[in-house]
Design a protein around this ligand. Structure first.
Ligand code: HEC
Ligand code: HEC
Length: 241
């Protein structure tokens, strides 16, 4: 799945490995983990301490599905770079589609800038690490019981589950996510469904499945769905609705 597998030669056993290459591999591992830590520090400067966001426009990433994070980071990387042959080689075809609308386009000037320096191996490592972080602080209990499920949620349950945790690895956790962020994503996807073309330097989001879901949603539904999902527990425990 990631670039690493391509470079692993199954015939190169430990015994054949020279001492020099063992030393270089060890120091490489240390550098990689240093790079990972530095990268995460940058991510958390916007996405909150340990990936739990305190800013309404910035999503929490802690505890999000690893596959989903990797796909979205790859999409940000592909945005606006459809003609870069090197990049296309660098990216797993199954997670993007050369940035076309039919593929999983996702554009956002800030995230496109942030992701520039990350290769596909680091993207996967960042995604895996972030996905294992606690999605909320122990003290920060959600108020899910106070907010009733809106009727429109029946359309969403098939994929996002009754607790908003997402049934598949490519379906994001919505429970406990920042409300303004969820609202904005629904509106961005709806714009695409309505035929808007992405404009240079502006956020855009295309996803054929989700476009079908939101195309007919009224603004009131969007508001109430964003409010509902943000009020659920990201761990799934409290939601009984
Ligand atoms: C300068 C601020 C900033 C930094 C630094 C940053 N992000 Fe983001 N990130 C954002 C914003 C804003 C969005 C929402 C974009 C949108 O509206 O589509 C976002 C969106 C995302 C998403 C999509 C979330 C979802 O639920 O679909 C992921 C994943 C993500 N960022 C991961 C990262 C990672 C990993 C890093 C570090 C390599 C990082 N971000 C660094 C601001 C930042
Ligand atoms: C057929 C499956 C399916 C249904 C039904 C569905 N979704 Fe989704 N949803 C997805 C998938 C897959 C994604 C990931 C899209 C991507 O990769 O960009 C997603 C993404 C989202 C996101 C973006 C989350 C983020 O972190 O950025 C929101 C918000 C969302 N869905 C809300 C809803 C709502 C509200 C409904 C009901 C009206 C709904 N979805 C119905 C499959 C579905």
């Amino acid at each position: 799945m990631c670039g690493l597998t391509l470079f692993t030669n199954p015939l190169a056993g430990q015994a054949q490995m020279s001492q020099a290459s063992q030393v270089s591999q060890a120091s490489q591992a240390i550098t990689t983990s240093g790079v990972l830590q530095e990268t995460l520090k940058t991510c958390f400067s916007c996405h909150g301490e340990n990936g739990i966001s305190s800013m309404p426009s910035h999503p929490s990433i802690a505890g999000q599905k690893g596959d989903y994070i990797a796909k979205k980071l790859t999409a940000f990387k592909m945005a606006g770079k459809t003609h870069d042959a090197n990049l296309e080689n660098d990216i797993d075809d199954s997670v993007s589609n050369k940035g076309t609308r039919q593929g999983r386009l996702r554009a956002d000037p800030v995230m496109e800038h942030m992701i520039k320096g990350l290769d596909s191996v680091l993207i996967v490592r960042v995604a895996e690490t972030v996905s294992k972080l606690a999605c909320r602080k122990e003290t920060n209990r959600p108020k899910s019981r106070l907010y009733p499920a809106p009727r429109s949620v029946v359309e969403c349950i098939a994929c996002h589950g009754s607790k908003g945790l997402g049934k598949r690895t490519d379906t994001p956790v919505l429970a406990g996510q920042q409300r303004s962020y969820l609202r904005r994503q629904l509106l961005l996807i709806r714009e695409t469904a309505w035929g808007a073309l992405p404009r240079e330097g502006e956020s855009a989001r295309a996803h054929p499945i989700m476009e079908r879901q939101v195309a007919r949603l009224k603004i009131q539904d969007v508001d109430v769905l964003a409010k509902y999902y943000s009020s659920l527990d990201c761990r799934g425990g409290l939601s009984k609705k």
